[in-house]
Design a protein around this ligand. Structure first.
Ligand SMILES: [Zn+2]
Length: 83
């Protein structure tokens, strides 16, 4: 998995339409892995969590295998909307 830390990279991945993004948040009971095209994978949320808050509460991780995220990250589930 690759941690996404800047907006350009985030936008490139969204545009490519390929792969999955796991969003972690230590304050939530469940975290979700999404298709990059899911509307919950949103530049505004990314900016808030990663750029403004500097990843203090969580991060965005890119993978081409959703199972990798499900198997290696805590409390990770598939998004109900995009899977
Ligand atoms: Zn989703």
């Amino acid at each position: 998995m690759i941690q996404i830390i800047d907006m350009n990279h985030f936008e490139e991945l969204k545009k490519s339409g390929v792969g999955f993004i796991a969003i972690t948040d230590k304050n939530l009971a469940k975290n979700c892995v999404h298709h990059v095209t899911c509307h919950e994978v949103n530049g505004r949320y990314f900016n808030q969590k990663v750029v403004v808050n500097k990843g203090k509460n969580g991060s965005y991780l890119y993978t081409n295998d959703a199972n990798e995220a499900l198997n290696t990250l805590d409390k990770m589930t598939k998004c109900q909307k995009c899977f």
